[in-house]
Design a protein around this ligand. Structure first.
Ligand SMILES: C[S@@+](CC[C@H](N)C(=O)[O-])C[C@H]1O[C@@H](n2cnc3c(N)ncnc32)[C@H](O)[C@@H]1O
Length: 251
């Protein structure tokens, strides 16, 4: 299900719209008219957490950054959902010690597996936190798109290093933040005990094209978003995606 893009569609909305479409749908499916317990791991300043709280669900944001958590609290207060949003300083590997086992209906983990030291360890803790049948939503940067972006910028050796980087021997100084192929993200989730239900291609174009092409052109932004939505579930675009969005269920 998708909805009309907002008239003030900005960069951030353009980048997150396809993911939000899918998250909103999974929240509706899980909720079945009752409030959900949601955990946003590495939720940062709470852009997504506050949106799900606005739908009436309780969200715990776990993030190591005190500054991000302060912004989260301000955002939640400004939006009138401070009763539903709690920020806890902590790490993906221990979930701040505040999430009870098998308690979460939905865990959001967006833009985090690429920065943690051990993605598999974070997934292990998330698996324990989710109730059976609960859903994990993961967003990670796509590897081929990173190689393409480096090559288009003339950084051919850096592009080659990223292309050849081994999952088990990732060196952030040389390879940058972790990036994943669709197969790698599916394998990581499957080995973590999740059933992968879908992997969508997101930011296929918006991570690549110069912002000058759409800045100040609301019509162009809407057309670009329409295009992003059209390719999100087309398998031939998965490998090209700037970011991959996976939805997986704890069995
Ligand atoms: C790229 S931001 C993503 C923020 C948000 N999830 C989003 O999608 O907009 C990465 C976030 O992960 C947090 N982070 C970094 N290391 C982490 C860790 N070990 N455990 C949990 N969160 C971490 C950072 O503080 C930051 O807020």
């Amino acid at each position: 299900m998708s909805e009309s893009p907002p008239s003030d569609l900005g960069h951030a909305a353009l980048r997150t719209a396809v993911v939000w479409d899918a998250v909103r749908d999974v929240v509706a499916e899980l909720a079945d008219a009752k409030p959900l317990e949601i955990v946003d791991v590495g939720g940062g300043t709470g852009g997504l957490a506050v949106r799900v709280a606005e739908l009436g669900h309780r969200v715990v944001v776990i993030d190591p950054s005190p500054n991000a958590l302060a912004s989260l609290h301000r955002r939640a207060a400004d939006t009138g959902v401070e009763q539903l949003v709690r920020g806890v300083q902590g790490d993906a590997a221990d979930l701040g010690g505040v999430v009870a086992d098998s308690s979460a209906d939905l865990v959001l983990c967006h833009g985090v597996l690429d920065v943690v030291d051990e993605p598999a360890r974070a997934l292990e803790r998330i698996h324990i936190a989710l109730r059976p049948g609960g859903v994990l939503s993961v967003v990670v940067p796509g590897r081929a798109a990173g190689v393409l972006a480096r090559a288009l910028a003339g950084q051919f050796e850096r592009a080659r290093a990223l292309l050849d980087a081994q999952v088990d021997d990732w060196r952030p100084d040389e390879h940058g933040p972790r990036r994943f192929t669709p197969t790698e993200v599916e394998l990581l989730l499957t080995e973590g005990g999740f059933d992968v239900e879908r992997v969508d291609a997101t930011r296929v174009f918006s991570d690549l094209i110069p912002s000058a092409l759409v800045d100040g052109e609301p019509g162009a932004r809407r057309a670009l978003l329409d295009l992003e939505r059209a390719v999100a579930t087309r398998p031939e675009f998965e490998s090209l995606a700037g970011h991959l969005h996976a939805l997986a269920r704890r069995t």
